[in-house]
Write a protein that binds this ligand. Sequence first.
Ligand code: HEC
Length: 491
Amino acid sequence: MLKTRLPRWPTAAGLAAWLLLSPTLAHAAPRPKVEDLYQQNCASCHGTNFEGGLGTSLSKGYWLHGSSDEDLTRAINQGFPDLGMPPWESSLAPDQVRSLVVFLREHEQSEAAKTAAVPAPKRDRSVVTKYQAYKLETLTSGLHTPWGLAFLPDGRMLVTEKAGPLRVVSADGKQISEPVKDTPPVMDHGQGGLMAVGVHPDYANNGWIYLGLADGWRDEKNEVKTITAIVRGRIKDGAWTDQEWIYRPGKPFYTGAGVHFGTRFVFDKGYVYFVVGERGGGLQAQDLKRPNGKIFRLFDDGKVPPDNPFVGQPGVEEGIWSYGHRNPQGLTQDTRDGSIWETEHGPRGGDEFNHIRKGLNYGWPVITYGMDYDGRPMPNSEGTAREGMEQPVKYWTPSIAACGLTFYNGDRFPRWKHDFFAGSLKAGELHRLRVADGKLTEEEVVLSGVGRIRSVENGPDGNLYLVFNGPDIIARLVPAGPVEPVPAGTP
Ligand code: HEC
């Protein structure tokens, strides 16, 4: 009886092992999608819609045998022979078991969303979270897909729109300038366009503004070729002047792919950090001779610092600071110790929050907690961990589409001071992340239900600023009511 429920492929542990050891051959073999894996192997007991049968409902909102990913993995691998669930370890490959875990988590989340009590701020209503109450104030509407946000010393905002315009917005959000004239052309293509904007820390003296954009062209066949590039310039009389390229990759690296551009800036002690997304290049993220899938560190004028980790190695992109990234769209600095932190989009499952350190490999696509969008294991992935590759400080399964990250160091929310705030596009959530000794100690969703969160920034007024897409607004979280003093002894 059990036999009929076993998958038609692979039927033996040896086959599973063989498939794992020979990734090229694995591609030739049929790779069932996770939905089919579930229907073929699990639905007979757990129900076609997770409603249960011989086995328990997988929709009940709690887990009998432990709720972590490890617990679910163990449940599937080892089964509960005494209770009537066979072990799957010998008939499903580890990456298939992981894809089932992602799948169960996706279902769990969509069920939870039906009854979620996550704050959805309403006009003039305060939202009470664990440590702070806030109101969401909308400052600006009337922008089209606003992307990056940076503050000038006088409180005005520089805002990029994905299609290309750079605009100056008054501190109260009410006045939106005409597009700054003569900004560099951008390719508004797929996920790319005009993205990050940064203001040099010494702007008051040097006036430098940095832009991260999809640079490229349309070729004879009318095909678009792009890559993420970084430029700086000054704004004088409403026009972009004094332009200098900070980083513009070589022509061979421009690609027709429309995905995974990055990018963000962190400025620190004369350096600028930025992202070049992996551009759908998969294993290219592991290749130090290519810019894609990397976080860069350059001097603020674009020169390569001589102590960068790969300087002097033949053919490498010497600006690389860390590698093995997919699509980082959150980059920030813990201003207490200068450490660099990042969020990046995973595939289906496996978004990451990483502590970025010099020269390290963050593993994409060789290790990942996600699976491919079609429900098959990621090609070129060999699991979730490997010697010499960094583990995320936190991963999200299912994916939240992590976008925008800031280390909050304002004074308006004392009990949030020095927490990280990560936005998300898909889930539209703002996650508060508390880190101690390099480990995540607390996570709380403090906002959801407004729109896709594109950017999260510290405001010069000590409030927390958000850029939303759909609705296209800039808004800020301001304390609701008097700010309570921090009781002694609280974290
Ligand atoms: C032959 C029936 C049967 C099949 C097939 C089966 N299960 Fe189960 N499953 C069970 C039973 C029975 C339990 C234990 C329920 C209990 O604790 O009372 C269980 C428990 C579980 C649990 C733990 C649930 C919890 O609340 O902690 C998970 C997860 C799970 N199964 C996943 C799967 C997956 C994924 C598949 C397909 C690969 C699968 N099962 C196939 C019968 C089955």
